[in-house]
Design a protein around this ligand. Structure first.
Ligand code: GDP
Length: 446
């Protein structure tokens, strides 16, 4: 933490401007050395940067003294001309002054360690940098603004309050405590557990916005999955041939629908086969489709009745039947597939991937589905890390509620566990808080 670090903050390569950031105790000294003197804090000034007698660049310079900086430390920014040689020369000069190149994420890490950001906000910085779609940007910005922190903090405060009541019962059994304390604490824990479980049962909304909704194209070989994928993706991402069984790997193609990232997957056609490579392809296809948010069951509408039997076994409620090759005359496959769709309650769309017919209608259905999945309040979970901790907290609360039946000591332990799990999401854990609550709400120690 005592090192003074620097890094190129803008993308590497040739550009009009390149921003180099500095942070740490020697920032002032480095800035004075390079630019002659320290500028007024937070005012951009034009300076000639020098290393000894040699001019390095004409740059816009910012002096950002701590603690009112991003990292909380003394910091500076150098807005250089964006040529590689300039960035290189300035980096060498900074190294010569005893600064070192920052490690990945080190600026945000320092901001976290100095209490400028909590962990979810630090994660949001990374998400904002990675955001490719509008929904990713909005979610990351909400999280950076404390969307998640506030939620976890509120849950944690309620838990700490319940714990305070319980700890009082454990530590001070002779004090006058309300008789129905057990029931009251029980109710509080129950209500909180329900809320956490509710937040967990969100179909992975927050994670999907970050990573993309997964849309599987499954069906028999030659149904037209690759052709359809290329239409949906708007480019020739997958190979189309009339030879069945050519797609073996799962081909994931990212796209954006209504500001949401989606991942289309073309995959091996599902059928019984002796070819070991194809068997593996089918296994991967089924595995990917199992975890998909939306599955398009693509059927060759011109085909025979038996062609789709092997895929039909994997079809489940919520899938969408896509009757492809609608430009050809309907074969017996259409009636068979429609019957299954009716039986399992699937939506049905017809398409002709070859001529682009019906693809717009299919896209509209996909759009509505994705918007439906993504809608709702700000998600409580945007990463697996949050989900694991939240799950841990919810389980500990349930255990605590059970333990309460036998006595406060065991329950208190479970609640502490739950609070620690919640606290770890934002990166704060503070047992003093619980003690503070004990004395504040019960006025013990008189
Ligand atoms: P996949 O094996 O399911 O990925 O199917 P492909 O996309 O490779 O298509 C198999 C064959 O069906 C190719 O010869 C395509 O040109 C053809 N095909 C795909 N979609 C249509 C369609 O809508 N109409 C017609 N007539 N042929 C299609």
């Amino acid at each position: 933490m005592n090192d003074t670090i620097f890094a190129l903050a803008t993308a590497p390569g040739r550009a009009a401007v390149a921003v180099v950031r500095l942070s740490g105790p020697r920032s002032a000294e480095a800035l004075r050395n390079l630019s002659g003197s320290l500028p007024t804090p937070r005012r951009a000034v034009l300076r000639r940067l020098r290393r000894g007698d040699e001019a390095l660049d004409e740059a816009l310079v910012l002096w950002l003294p701590g603690p009112a900086s991003f990292t909380g430390e003394d910091s500076a920014e150098l807005h250089l001309h964006g040529g590689r040689a300039t960035v290189e020369a300035v980096s060498e000069a900074l190294t010569a002054l005893g600064l070192r190149l920052a490690e990945p994420g080190e600026f945000s890490r320092r901001a976290f360690q100095n209490g400028k950001l909590d962990l979810t906000q630090a994660e949001a910085v990374a998400d904002l940098v990675d955001a490719e779609t509008d929904s990713q940007r909005r979610q990351a910005l909400g999280q950076l603004g404390g969307g998640l922190s506030a939620l976890y903090q509120a849950w944690r405060e309620r838990l700490v309050e319940a714990m305070a009541r319980l700890e009082a019962a454990v530590d001070f059994p002779d004090e006058d405590l309300p008789e129905d304390l057990g029931r009251e604490v029980g109710d509080r824990i129950e209500a909180l557990a329900l809320e956490l479980e509710d937040a967990l049962a969100d179909q992975g909304r927050g994670e999907r916005i970050r990573e993309g909704y997964r849309i599987a194209l499954m069906g028999a070989p030659n149904a037209g999955k690759s052709s359809l994928l290329n239409r949906l993706a708007g480019r020739e991402a997958a190979i189309v041939t009339d030879r069945p069984g050519t797609t073996r790997d799962v081909i994931e193609v990212p796209a954006v629908i209504s500001g949401f990232k989606v991942l289309y997957a073309d995959m091996a056609g599902i059928r019984d086969t002796d070819d070991p490579i194809e068997v593996e392809g089918v296994r991967r296809a089924i595995y990917w489709a199992e975890g998909a948010d939306l599955r398009l069951w693509v059927v060759d509408g011109s085909g025979g009745p038996g062609a789709n039997r092997e895929t039909a076994e994997h079809v489940r409620a919520g899938d969408l039947l896509v009757l492809n090759k609608a430009d050809c005359r309907d074969g017996p496959a259409v009636a068979a597939a429609r019957r299954i769709a009716e039986h399992k309650g699937l939506g049905v769309v017809t398409s002709a991937a070859l001529t682009d017919g019906g693809v717009e209608a299919l896209e509209a259905v996909i759009r509505a589905k994705v918007e439906g999945l993504a809608g709702g309040d700000f998600p409580a979970v945007t990463r697996l890390r949050h989900r694991r901790r939240l799950q841990e907290a919810a389980e500990a609360l349930r255990r605590g509620a059970m333990a309460l039946q036998t006595g406060p000591e065991l329950a208190a332990e479970d609640l502490r566990h739950a609070a620690a799990a919640l606290g770890r999401i934002a990166g704060r854990i503070n047992p003093e808080e619980v003690l503070g609550e004990v004395f504040a709400s019960f006025c013990i120690g008189k």
